[in-house]
Design a protein around this ligand. Sequence first.
Ligand SMILES: [Zn+2]
Length: 305
Amino acid sequence: MKKVFIAVIALVLLVAPMACQAGILNGTGSKKSIVVTYSILGSIVQELVGNEANVIVSIPNGLDPHEWEPSAKDIEAINKADLVIQNGLGLEGGMQKTLATAQSQGVKFFTASDYITVRHVGLGEGIPSGDPDQAIGAADPHLWMDPLAMKSIVSSLAIELNKDFNLNVSSQAIDLENRLDSLDKEIANMVAVIPVSDRKLVTGHESMGYFAQRYNFKLTGVIVPSLSSEADVSAADLASLKQVIIDSQVKAVFTEIGTSPNVAKAIGDETGVKVIELTTHALPADGSYFTFMRDIASVITDGLK
Ligand SMILES: [Zn+2]
């Protein structure tokens, strides 16, 4: 019995460092654990790392990233992660404290918004209320709405993974970058059927800024006057939004996560404008960022045509 026990211990001592080393060198064995805060960014990270690391997404797909709060189990996964990939710019409203604590305790972080040109709320974006979150100059967290911003994140993350974990994903990165370039061209071609004078977006909250910037749309108005879905809507905000819709001859209103169906219906009834649901914060059934963006471009194109 004792002999067997010693033999097992010896085997463990022999195998464990080998497995460890293999994991560092080629990603097999003890894989690195990468926590990504939300599903859309998670999908891109998963495509980049493939089987080279374990990707865990914190916020379940379909739940509102602006509001979601982590459970004790989610917090544990974050604290134990080899790398946490967050969006930044306040997107993960309900995770802020957990993320800040993990970072201060030495967990390694990659903040996606550090690697893009951040868009700021501009004049004339049709946001009438005084919410400080959406004041002129506030940073817009919805960076995933621009495939070329995602491309820039992929390039930077591939470099970081190589540097920090000796994880070489350069061939996946090149493939992903090429596909994101193609996606950008595809979306530009899809929206080309809408005359520039009709490219006016009224959405649930101000989530389409990066898309608008990339594809030459104007942010004409929002139902919830904020960069986040969490803010309240006042009667005065709604009245001025209805006026904007009528004055600007907007063709459709797009509702999304956090938009009250009753408020959307009332706007549609009172202005005579179509109300169309747009999925802006969740992946489609196939889990692909590429399908997600094609769906958005297609719903917008059909709605404004
Ligand atoms: Zn949002």
